[in-house]
Design a protein around this ligand. Sequence first.
Ligand code: GLA
Length: 397
Amino acid sequence: MAKQQAAQQVADHFTELYGSAPEGVWAAPGRVNLIGEHTDYNDGFVMPFALPHRATAAVSRRTDGVVRLHSADIDSGVTELRLDSLAPGTDSTWTAYPAGVLWALREAGHTVTGADIHLSSTVPTGAGLSSSAAIEVVTALALNDLYGLAVPGSRLARLCQRAENIYVGAPTGIMDQTASACCEPGHALFLDTRDLSQQQIPFDLAAAGLRLLVVDTQVTHAHSGGEYGKRRAGCEKAASLLGVHALRDIPHPDLTPALSRLAEKARRTGTADAEELVRLVRHVVTENHRVERTVSLLRSGDPRAIGPILTEGHASLRDDFRVSCPELDLTVDTALTAGALGARMTGGGFGGSAIVLTAEPDVPLITKAVEEAFTTAGHKPPRVFEAVPSAGARRLN
Ligand code: GLA
């Protein structure tokens, strides 16, 4: 009911702005990633689920080659752009995300002649919860429906990734957009980012007496910044030294010999960052294995047992991939000491959010322990909330 009211509010706001009711209202969620971090640009495995937080868009078509964009969350008025002047790298504001989607759809040969768009989002921004993917996917889905393009969800996700990679200029993988487009309530999405095959894995925390907390450290991250791109370039360099297409091609049992081969090759070719490349490869190969282990435990109906795998994943991101930060480490350490079953950072890192798996009765204790630890350390207070695996993108009315 509350959600229907929120959708109506977005529609009403559209009507006030643009002078007539929208043709429809759509929603697309943010996500958390349960396990499988920094694997998506290595052709590997990921396992996100959708949050109840979502971007909502009221949209109507236009026929004059104009797009008008407005956000309820950003005080910048209505932006008017001409479709034929959309070009990558020309916009450094929020409008690059929806405009990039229009650009990507047209570039892929789809006929889109303009749109009036009003957006409103409850996905926290800069928190590693895919607020930008939610905006891209809701825009893409609305245009897909209105223009009758019949592009399936996973292909829409690919177009949204192109918008983000090329139009916005952030070198991210395919996980966030696919999660937003394709997740289902009560499930985590097991995605093979090589062939984009998907399996919905039942993830009913409540039935198992469990909860998953999201701790938004309020440390803002940004992926167009250099560190994400450096990790990605390092992985690509390591794959090329190892003679494989992507790090996904190193099977877990071959990890030790592959690392020796890599160190040897790096020495012979005079590569200065051999030690760093070894760490990157070790993270990606063990992380893919952690996703497979998680899938098999969830399939066998044992969600509680995934806790230690989440914690292992955090250590690997902190020590090998080096994308954590003091606030994320503090969250994980404090939650585990307070009795959590497992905890790790989620998303790209360098700030953003952590997830904590816990038995339901321990939620208040863990929340309090994390909040107190932040106060003691002099950090800004974190935002803690429970995540329930929710629906992917869809039309609301
Ligand atoms: C960000 C990117 C994703 C993925 C994660 C790390 O969220 O958008 O594509 O690479 O970081 O797993």
